[in-house]
Design a protein around this ligand. Structure first.
Ligand SMILES: [Zn+2]
Length: 465
Protein backbone atom coordinates (compact mmCIF):
# COMPACT_ATOMS: atom_id res chain seq x y z
CA UNK A 1 0.00 0.00 0.00
CA UNK A 2 1.36 3.31 -1.06
CA UNK A 3 1.90 6.12 1.44
CA UNK A 4 -1.31 8.19 1.22
CA UNK A 5 0.71 11.38 1.69
CA UNK A 6 2.90 10.56 -1.27
CA UNK A 7 0.92 12.89 -3.53
CA UNK A 8 0.21 15.74 -1.08
CA UNK A 9 2.92 18.05 -2.44
CA UNK A 10 2.20 16.94 -5.98
CA UNK A 11 -1.50 17.70 -5.68
CA UNK A 12 -0.79 21.11 -4.14
CA UNK A 13 1.57 21.92 -6.99
CA UNK A 14 -1.07 20.99 -9.57
CA UNK A 15 -3.53 23.38 -7.91
CA UNK A 16 -0.92 26.09 -7.83
CA UNK A 17 0.09 25.73 -11.49
CA UNK A 18 -3.28 24.98 -13.05
CA UNK A 19 -4.06 28.50 -14.16
CA UNK A 20 -0.62 28.95 -15.75
CA UNK A 21 -0.95 25.56 -17.40
CA UNK A 22 -4.39 26.47 -18.76
CA UNK A 23 -2.85 29.55 -20.36
CA UNK A 24 -0.20 27.29 -21.81
CA UNK A 25 -2.83 25.03 -23.35
CA UNK A 26 -4.56 28.08 -24.82
CA UNK A 27 -1.27 29.14 -26.37
CA UNK A 28 -0.76 25.66 -27.87
CA UNK A 29 -4.30 25.71 -29.28
CA UNK A 30 -3.57 28.89 -31.23
CA UNK A 31 -1.81 26.77 -33.85
CA UNK A 32 -4.42 25.84 -36.42
CA UNK A 33 -2.48 22.65 -37.06
CA UNK A 34 -4.87 21.16 -39.59
CA UNK A 35 -3.74 18.75 -42.29
CA UNK A 36 -3.95 21.51 -44.92
CA UNK A 37 -1.81 24.08 -43.05
CA UNK A 38 1.87 23.04 -43.18
CA UNK A 39 3.04 26.22 -41.51
CA UNK A 40 0.78 25.74 -38.48
CA UNK A 41 1.79 22.07 -38.31
CA UNK A 42 5.45 23.05 -38.26
CA UNK A 43 4.71 25.68 -35.60
CA UNK A 44 2.90 23.16 -33.43
CA UNK A 45 5.70 20.59 -33.89
CA UNK A 46 8.35 23.13 -32.84
CA UNK A 47 6.22 24.25 -29.88
CA UNK A 48 5.84 20.61 -28.79
CA UNK A 49 9.59 20.01 -29.01
CA UNK A 50 10.31 23.19 -27.06
CA UNK A 51 7.81 22.23 -24.35
CA UNK A 52 9.36 18.78 -23.96
CA UNK A 53 12.81 20.35 -23.77
CA UNK A 54 11.59 22.67 -21.02
CA UNK A 55 10.42 19.54 -19.19
CA UNK A 56 13.98 18.23 -19.29
CA UNK A 57 13.35 15.51 -21.87
CA UNK A 58 15.83 14.37 -24.51
CA UNK A 59 14.09 15.66 -27.59
CA UNK A 60 14.46 14.57 -31.18
CA UNK A 61 12.58 15.60 -34.28
CA UNK A 62 12.28 12.57 -36.54
CA UNK A 63 11.73 13.31 -40.23
CA UNK A 64 11.58 11.24 -43.39
CA UNK A 65 14.59 11.78 -45.61
CA UNK A 66 13.60 13.59 -48.79
CA UNK A 67 9.99 14.09 -47.64
CA UNK A 68 9.93 17.61 -46.26
CA UNK A 69 6.12 17.76 -46.54
CA UNK A 70 5.58 14.99 -44.00
CA UNK A 71 4.93 16.48 -40.55
CA UNK A 72 7.73 15.32 -38.23
CA UNK A 73 7.43 12.95 -35.28
CA UNK A 74 8.46 14.76 -32.11
CA UNK A 75 10.09 12.39 -29.61
CA UNK A 76 10.78 13.30 -26.00
CA UNK A 77 12.30 10.81 -23.55
CA UNK A 78 12.69 11.30 -19.83
CA UNK A 79 13.31 9.18 -16.73
CA UNK A 80 15.53 6.20 -16.02
CA UNK A 81 13.29 3.58 -14.48
CA UNK A 82 13.66 -0.03 -15.65
CA UNK A 83 10.42 0.01 -17.65
CA UNK A 84 9.46 2.24 -20.57
CA UNK A 85 6.01 3.51 -21.47
CA UNK A 86 5.31 5.05 -24.89
CA UNK A 87 2.84 7.93 -24.81
CA UNK A 88 1.23 8.10 -28.25
CA UNK A 89 0.02 11.65 -28.92
CA UNK A 90 -0.48 14.12 -31.76
CA UNK A 91 -0.16 17.84 -32.41
CA UNK A 92 -2.39 18.00 -35.50
CA UNK A 93 -6.11 18.74 -35.20
CA UNK A 94 -9.31 18.00 -37.07
CA UNK A 95 -10.53 20.65 -39.54
CA UNK A 96 -12.42 23.39 -37.73
CA UNK A 97 -15.01 24.00 -40.47
CA UNK A 98 -17.90 24.84 -40.44
CA UNK A 99 -16.66 27.98 -38.70
CA UNK A 100 -20.12 29.52 -38.40
CA UNK A 101 -21.08 26.85 -35.87
CA UNK A 102 -18.39 27.99 -33.40
CA UNK A 103 -19.38 30.41 -30.65
CA UNK A 104 -15.88 31.95 -30.82
CA UNK A 105 -13.21 31.38 -33.51
CA UNK A 106 -11.55 27.93 -33.10
CA UNK A 107 -7.99 29.24 -32.89
CA UNK A 108 -8.75 32.09 -30.51
CA UNK A 109 -9.10 30.05 -27.32
CA UNK A 110 -11.64 31.31 -24.83
CA UNK A 111 -12.55 30.32 -21.27
CA UNK A 112 -16.29 30.18 -20.59
CA UNK A 113 -18.02 28.54 -17.61
CA UNK A 114 -14.96 26.64 -16.43
CA UNK A 115 -14.12 25.27 -19.87
CA UNK A 116 -11.48 26.19 -22.40
CA UNK A 117 -12.93 26.32 -25.92
CA UNK A 118 -10.65 25.79 -28.94
CA UNK A 119 -9.96 23.22 -31.65
CA UNK A 120 -7.53 20.79 -29.98
CA UNK A 121 -8.61 21.72 -26.44
CA UNK A 122 -9.22 18.03 -25.78
CA UNK A 123 -8.05 16.21 -28.89
CA UNK A 124 -5.13 16.04 -28.46
CA UNK A 125 -3.35 19.08 -27.06
CA UNK A 126 -5.46 19.01 -23.90
CA UNK A 127 -4.62 15.32 -23.43
CA UNK A 128 -0.90 15.60 -24.16
CA UNK A 129 -0.22 18.56 -21.87
CA UNK A 130 -1.63 17.03 -18.64
CA UNK A 131 0.78 14.11 -19.17
CA UNK A 132 3.66 16.57 -19.54
CA UNK A 133 2.44 18.50 -16.50
CA UNK A 134 2.24 15.26 -14.51
CA UNK A 135 5.89 14.53 -15.25
CA UNK A 136 6.86 18.13 -14.47
CA UNK A 137 5.08 18.15 -11.11
CA UNK A 138 6.21 14.61 -10.29
CA UNK A 139 9.84 15.64 -10.71
CA UNK A 140 9.30 18.79 -8.66
CA UNK A 141 7.22 17.36 -5.84
CA UNK A 142 8.01 13.63 -5.63
CA UNK A 143 11.38 13.04 -7.26
CA UNK A 144 12.91 10.80 -9.92
CA UNK A 145 10.42 9.19 -12.32
CA UNK A 146 9.84 5.51 -11.50
CA UNK A 147 9.93 4.55 -15.20
CA UNK A 148 11.11 5.84 -18.53
CA UNK A 149 8.52 7.94 -20.34
CA UNK A 150 8.71 8.34 -24.11
CA UNK A 151 6.44 10.90 -25.75
CA UNK A 152 5.77 10.08 -29.42
CA UNK A 153 3.94 13.11 -30.81
CA UNK A 154 2.97 12.87 -34.48
CA UNK A 155 1.37 15.36 -36.85
CA UNK A 156 -0.80 13.15 -39.07
CA UNK A 157 -3.05 11.37 -36.58
CA UNK A 158 -6.27 13.05 -37.69
CA UNK A 159 -5.62 12.15 -41.31
CA UNK A 160 -4.67 8.50 -40.80
CA UNK A 161 -1.04 8.47 -39.57
CA UNK A 162 0.07 7.56 -43.09
CA UNK A 163 3.79 8.00 -42.35
CA UNK A 164 3.91 6.96 -38.70
CA UNK A 165 5.25 3.49 -39.52
CA UNK A 166 8.00 4.95 -41.73
CA UNK A 167 8.88 7.57 -39.09
CA UNK A 168 9.12 4.89 -36.38
CA UNK A 169 11.20 2.74 -38.73
CA UNK A 170 13.85 5.50 -38.66
CA UNK A 171 14.80 4.25 -35.21
CA UNK A 172 13.79 0.75 -34.10
CA UNK A 173 14.36 1.77 -30.46
CA UNK A 174 11.25 3.97 -30.58
CA UNK A 175 8.90 0.98 -30.60
CA UNK A 176 10.79 -0.74 -27.78
CA UNK A 177 8.60 -0.31 -24.71
CA UNK A 178 6.87 -2.36 -22.03
CA UNK A 179 3.56 -0.57 -22.44
CA UNK A 180 1.87 2.25 -24.27
CA UNK A 181 -0.70 4.87 -23.41
CA UNK A 182 -3.29 5.70 -26.05
CA UNK A 183 -3.60 9.45 -26.69
CA UNK A 184 -6.23 10.15 -24.03
CA UNK A 185 -8.91 8.58 -21.94
CA UNK A 186 -12.28 9.28 -20.51
CA UNK A 187 -14.60 9.94 -17.64
CA UNK A 188 -18.34 9.41 -17.97
CA UNK A 189 -20.71 12.27 -17.19
CA UNK A 190 -20.97 10.69 -13.72
CA UNK A 191 -17.19 10.90 -13.23
CA UNK A 192 -16.57 7.18 -13.61
CA UNK A 193 -13.24 6.38 -15.27
CA UNK A 194 -13.50 4.58 -18.59
CA UNK A 195 -10.49 2.51 -19.53
CA UNK A 196 -10.29 1.11 -23.05
CA UNK A 197 -7.93 -1.66 -24.04
CA UNK A 198 -7.46 -0.44 -27.60
CA UNK A 199 -8.95 1.29 -30.56
CA UNK A 200 -10.51 0.29 -33.83
CA UNK A 201 -8.78 0.43 -37.16
CA UNK A 202 -10.18 2.45 -40.02
CA UNK A 203 -10.53 2.37 -43.77
CA UNK A 204 -11.42 5.53 -45.66
CA UNK A 205 -12.47 5.14 -49.26
CA UNK A 206 -14.22 7.10 -51.95
CA UNK A 207 -16.89 5.87 -54.33
CA UNK A 208 -16.85 7.77 -57.61
CA UNK A 209 -19.56 7.59 -60.27
CA UNK A 210 -18.78 9.10 -63.68
CA UNK A 211 -21.55 8.93 -66.24
CA UNK A 212 -20.84 11.48 -69.00
CA UNK A 213 -17.81 13.33 -70.37
CA UNK A 214 -18.65 16.63 -68.66
CA UNK A 215 -21.55 18.42 -66.94
CA UNK A 216 -24.45 18.81 -69.39
CA UNK A 217 -27.33 21.26 -69.77
CA UNK A 218 -30.03 19.64 -67.64
CA UNK A 219 -32.54 19.61 -70.48
CA UNK A 220 -30.49 16.63 -71.69
CA UNK A 221 -31.34 14.72 -68.51
CA UNK A 222 -34.04 12.94 -70.51
CA UNK A 223 -31.28 11.04 -72.30
CA UNK A 224 -28.06 11.50 -70.30
CA UNK A 225 -27.36 9.45 -67.14
CA UNK A 226 -26.90 11.56 -64.02
CA UNK A 227 -23.81 10.72 -61.90
CA UNK A 228 -25.49 11.75 -58.64
CA UNK A 229 -28.40 9.40 -59.29
CA UNK A 230 -26.03 6.59 -60.28
CA UNK A 231 -24.04 7.00 -57.07
CA UNK A 232 -27.17 7.24 -54.92
CA UNK A 233 -28.42 3.97 -56.44
CA UNK A 234 -25.10 2.24 -55.77
CA UNK A 235 -25.06 3.51 -52.17
CA UNK A 236 -28.63 2.36 -51.63
CA UNK A 237 -27.53 -1.26 -52.11
CA UNK A 238 -24.98 -1.01 -49.30
CA UNK A 239 -27.39 -0.61 -46.36
CA UNK A 240 -30.63 -2.28 -45.38
CA UNK A 241 -33.74 -0.12 -45.27
CA UNK A 242 -33.26 0.41 -41.53
CA UNK A 243 -29.65 1.49 -41.82
CA UNK A 244 -27.54 -1.61 -41.17
CA UNK A 245 -24.60 -2.44 -43.46
CA UNK A 246 -25.51 -4.87 -46.24
CA UNK A 247 -22.07 -5.47 -47.73
CA UNK A 248 -21.18 -9.18 -47.74
CA UNK A 249 -17.70 -9.73 -46.36
CA UNK A 250 -17.58 -6.47 -44.43
CA UNK A 251 -16.73 -8.63 -41.40
CA UNK A 252 -13.99 -10.64 -43.14
CA UNK A 253 -11.20 -11.54 -40.70
CA UNK A 254 -13.06 -10.55 -37.52
CA UNK A 255 -11.50 -12.46 -34.63
CA UNK A 256 -14.21 -14.05 -32.42
CA UNK A 257 -14.46 -12.35 -29.00
CA UNK A 258 -12.63 -14.03 -26.11
CA UNK A 259 -14.28 -14.93 -22.82
CA UNK A 260 -12.65 -11.97 -21.05
CA UNK A 261 -13.81 -9.59 -23.77
CA UNK A 262 -17.37 -10.92 -23.60
CA UNK A 263 -17.30 -10.57 -19.83
CA UNK A 264 -16.27 -6.92 -20.07
CA UNK A 265 -18.91 -6.16 -22.67
CA UNK A 266 -21.48 -8.04 -20.58
CA UNK A 267 -20.70 -5.82 -17.60
CA UNK A 268 -20.73 -2.53 -19.52
CA UNK A 269 -23.45 -0.22 -18.18
CA UNK A 270 -26.35 0.20 -20.57
CA UNK A 271 -26.69 3.78 -19.37
CA UNK A 272 -24.13 4.75 -21.99
CA UNK A 273 -26.83 4.16 -24.61
CA UNK A 274 -29.11 6.66 -22.86
CA UNK A 275 -26.26 9.16 -22.72
CA UNK A 276 -25.78 8.80 -26.49
CA UNK A 277 -29.52 9.12 -27.19
CA UNK A 278 -29.67 12.25 -25.05
CA UNK A 279 -26.52 13.89 -26.42
CA UNK A 280 -27.46 13.35 -30.09
CA UNK A 281 -31.21 13.65 -29.55
CA UNK A 282 -32.35 10.41 -31.12
CA UNK A 283 -34.92 7.95 -29.84
CA UNK A 284 -33.98 4.84 -31.83
CA UNK A 285 -30.70 3.47 -33.10
CA UNK A 286 -30.05 2.04 -36.57
CA UNK A 287 -31.56 -1.36 -37.18
CA UNK A 288 -33.52 -0.99 -33.95
CA UNK A 289 -30.36 -1.90 -32.05
CA UNK A 290 -30.65 -1.55 -28.30
CA UNK A 291 -29.47 -2.90 -24.97
CA UNK A 292 -26.71 -5.48 -24.74
CA UNK A 293 -26.96 -6.11 -28.50
CA UNK A 294 -26.09 -2.45 -29.22
CA UNK A 295 -23.15 -2.52 -26.80
CA UNK A 296 -21.84 -5.73 -28.39
CA UNK A 297 -22.17 -4.23 -31.89
CA UNK A 298 -20.41 -1.02 -30.81
CA UNK A 299 -17.50 -3.17 -29.71
CA UNK A 300 -17.24 -6.03 -32.19
CA UNK A 301 -19.02 -4.99 -35.43
CA UNK A 302 -17.29 -3.13 -38.24
CA UNK A 303 -19.06 0.13 -39.13
CA UNK A 304 -20.00 1.37 -42.58
CA UNK A 305 -20.45 5.13 -42.63
CA UNK A 306 -20.89 7.92 -45.17
CA UNK A 307 -18.67 10.85 -44.23
CA UNK A 308 -19.73 13.10 -47.05
CA UNK A 309 -21.38 13.28 -50.46
CA UNK A 310 -20.79 15.74 -53.23
CA UNK A 311 -21.86 16.19 -56.83
CA UNK A 312 -23.07 18.84 -59.24
CA UNK A 313 -23.89 22.35 -58.14
CA UNK A 314 -24.27 23.04 -54.43
CA UNK A 315 -23.76 26.82 -54.34
CA UNK A 316 -26.43 29.45 -53.74
CA UNK A 317 -29.08 29.91 -56.38
CA UNK A 318 -29.44 27.22 -58.97
CA UNK A 319 -27.52 25.94 -61.95
CA UNK A 320 -29.35 23.63 -64.28
CA UNK A 321 -26.80 20.92 -64.97
CA UNK A 322 -26.73 17.17 -65.14
CA UNK A 323 -23.54 16.32 -63.19
CA UNK A 324 -20.92 14.14 -64.80
CA UNK A 325 -19.33 13.01 -61.54
CA UNK A 326 -20.48 12.18 -58.02
CA UNK A 327 -18.41 11.27 -54.96
CA UNK A 328 -19.10 9.66 -51.61
CA UNK A 329 -16.45 9.31 -48.94
CA UNK A 330 -17.01 6.32 -46.66
CA UNK A 331 -15.29 5.16 -43.52
CA UNK A 332 -15.26 1.67 -42.11
CA UNK A 333 -14.10 1.13 -38.51
CA UNK A 334 -12.52 -2.30 -38.38
CA UNK A 335 -11.59 -4.65 -35.52
CA UNK A 336 -8.84 -7.26 -34.96
CA UNK A 337 -7.66 -9.10 -37.08
CA UNK A 338 -9.24 -7.47 -40.12
CA UNK A 339 -6.95 -6.77 -43.03
CA UNK A 340 -7.95 -3.50 -44.68
CA UNK A 341 -7.22 -4.86 -48.17
CA UNK A 342 -9.62 -7.78 -47.69
CA UNK A 343 -12.37 -5.41 -46.53
CA UNK A 344 -11.81 -3.07 -49.47
CA UNK A 345 -12.03 -6.09 -51.78
CA UNK A 346 -15.40 -6.97 -50.22
CA UNK A 347 -16.71 -3.47 -50.98
CA UNK A 348 -15.45 -3.70 -54.59
CA UNK A 349 -17.08 -7.10 -55.00
CA UNK A 350 -20.36 -5.83 -53.57
CA UNK A 351 -20.48 -2.85 -55.89
CA UNK A 352 -19.65 -4.95 -58.96
CA UNK A 353 -22.06 -7.78 -58.08
CA UNK A 354 -24.91 -5.29 -57.69
CA UNK A 355 -24.40 -4.02 -61.22
CA UNK A 356 -22.32 -0.96 -60.40
CA UNK A 357 -18.99 -2.08 -61.83
CA UNK A 358 -18.63 1.42 -63.31
CA UNK A 359 -18.55 3.00 -59.82
CA UNK A 360 -14.92 3.29 -58.84
CA UNK A 361 -13.72 2.37 -55.33
CA UNK A 362 -10.71 4.51 -54.36
CA UNK A 363 -8.98 3.64 -51.04
CA UNK A 364 -7.62 6.71 -49.28
CA UNK A 365 -6.54 5.57 -45.83
CA UNK A 366 -6.18 2.36 -43.85
CA UNK A 367 -5.17 1.53 -40.28
CA UNK A 368 -5.46 -1.75 -38.42
CA UNK A 369 -6.94 -2.26 -34.96
CA UNK A 370 -4.83 -3.09 -31.88
CA UNK A 371 -6.48 -4.52 -28.76
CA UNK A 372 -4.94 -5.59 -25.46
CA UNK A 373 -6.80 -8.24 -23.41
CA UNK A 374 -9.12 -6.30 -21.08
CA UNK A 375 -7.87 -8.26 -18.05
CA UNK A 376 -4.22 -7.32 -18.69
CA UNK A 377 -2.40 -5.95 -15.60
CA UNK A 378 -1.65 -2.71 -17.45
CA UNK A 379 -5.37 -1.95 -17.38
CA UNK A 380 -5.43 -2.73 -13.66
CA UNK A 381 -2.72 -0.09 -13.20
CA UNK A 382 -4.69 2.45 -15.24
CA UNK A 383 -7.86 1.65 -13.30
CA UNK A 384 -6.17 1.97 -9.89
CA UNK A 385 -4.58 5.30 -10.85
CA UNK A 386 -7.93 6.67 -12.04
CA UNK A 387 -9.92 5.37 -9.08
CA UNK A 388 -7.43 6.88 -6.62
CA UNK A 389 -8.27 10.31 -8.07
CA UNK A 390 -12.00 10.18 -8.82
CA UNK A 391 -13.12 7.60 -6.21
CA UNK A 392 -15.45 5.78 -8.56
CA UNK A 393 -15.17 2.26 -9.95
CA UNK A 394 -13.73 1.92 -13.43
CA UNK A 395 -15.75 0.92 -16.47
CA UNK A 396 -13.60 -1.21 -18.76
CA UNK A 397 -13.98 -1.35 -22.51
CA UNK A 398 -12.59 -3.90 -24.92
CA UNK A 399 -11.97 -1.06 -27.36
CA UNK A 400 -12.77 2.57 -27.75
CA UNK A 401 -15.07 3.30 -30.68
CA UNK A 402 -12.55 5.56 -32.40
CA UNK A 403 -9.27 4.86 -34.16
CA UNK A 404 -5.82 5.42 -32.74
CA UNK A 405 -2.50 4.50 -34.36
CA UNK A 406 -1.58 1.85 -31.80
CA UNK A 407 -1.06 -0.98 -34.29
CA UNK A 408 1.85 0.94 -35.81
CA UNK A 409 3.45 1.59 -32.43
CA UNK A 410 2.65 -1.63 -30.59
CA UNK A 411 2.06 -4.60 -32.90
CA UNK A 412 5.69 -5.39 -33.76
CA UNK A 413 6.61 -5.79 -30.07
CA UNK A 414 3.14 -7.05 -28.97
CA UNK A 415 3.13 -4.08 -26.56
CA UNK A 416 0.03 -3.75 -24.35
CA UNK A 417 -1.79 -0.42 -24.45
CA UNK A 418 -4.51 1.37 -22.52
CA UNK A 419 -6.31 4.68 -22.45
CA UNK A 420 -5.84 7.01 -19.49
CA UNK A 421 -7.20 10.46 -18.78
CA UNK A 422 -10.23 12.62 -18.15
CA UNK A 423 -11.84 13.47 -21.52
CA UNK A 424 -15.61 13.39 -21.81
CA UNK A 425 -18.28 12.66 -24.40
CA UNK A 426 -19.53 16.26 -24.24
CA UNK A 427 -16.14 17.83 -25.07
CA UNK A 428 -17.18 18.12 -28.74
CA UNK A 429 -14.00 16.48 -30.04
CA UNK A 430 -13.90 16.82 -33.86
CA UNK A 431 -16.97 19.12 -33.69
CA UNK A 432 -17.59 22.87 -33.39
CA UNK A 433 -17.07 24.33 -29.89
CA UNK A 434 -14.52 21.67 -28.87
CA UNK A 435 -13.72 22.26 -25.23
CA UNK A 436 -12.16 20.85 -22.10
CA UNK A 437 -13.25 21.30 -18.51
CA UNK A 438 -10.42 23.02 -16.68
CA UNK A 439 -10.95 20.87 -13.59
CA UNK A 440 -10.60 17.82 -15.85
CA UNK A 441 -7.15 19.05 -16.89
CA UNK A 442 -6.16 18.81 -13.23
CA UNK A 443 -7.84 15.42 -12.88
CA UNK A 444 -5.95 14.05 -15.89
CA UNK A 445 -2.70 15.36 -14.42
CA UNK A 446 -3.38 13.71 -11.05
CA UNK A 447 -4.24 10.41 -12.76
CA UNK A 448 -1.17 10.43 -15.04
CA UNK A 449 1.27 10.83 -12.13
CA UNK A 450 -0.34 8.01 -10.17
CA UNK A 451 -0.26 5.82 -13.25
CA UNK A 452 3.53 6.13 -13.51
CA UNK A 453 3.84 4.68 -9.99
CA UNK A 454 1.24 1.96 -10.60
CA UNK A 455 2.90 0.96 -13.86
CA UNK A 456 6.37 0.84 -12.31
CA UNK A 457 5.05 -1.26 -9.41
CA UNK A 458 3.38 -3.96 -11.55
CA UNK A 459 4.80 -7.38 -10.90
CA UNK A 460 4.89 -8.15 -14.61
CA UNK A 461 3.80 -6.47 -17.83
CA UNK A 462 3.47 -9.37 -20.27
CA UNK A 463 3.40 -8.75 -24.02
CA UNK A 464 0.07 -9.30 -25.79
CA UNK A 465 -0.29 -12.98 -26.75
ZN1 LIG B 1 -6.85 12.53 -31.27
Amino acid sequence: MRDPDRYADFDALVDERLSRWTDELAQYCRFGSEETDPEALRGAADWTAERLRALGADVRIVELPGEADVPPLVVGEIGNGPRTVNLVQHYDVQPSVPLELWTAPPYEPEVRDGRLYARGATDNKGELLPRIWAVEAYLAAIGELPCRVRFLVEGEEESGSAHLDALLDQDPALRRADAALIEGGGLTVDDEPEIAAGGRGIIVLRLVARTIAYDAHSSLAVVLPNAAVRLAQALATMWTADGLPAVDGLDVGVRPPTASQLEVVGAAPLKRLDDIRKEWQVTTFVGGRDGRDAIRAMTFSPTLNVQGLWSGFIGEGDKTITPAEANARLDIRIVPDQDPDAVIDAVRRHVAEHGFGDVEVVPEEAERAWWTPPDHPLLDAAARASEAVVNKPTIRQVSMAGTVPMYQVCAAGRVPATTLGAGRDDCHAHAPDENVRIDDLATATHIAARFLDEFAALEAVPPVA
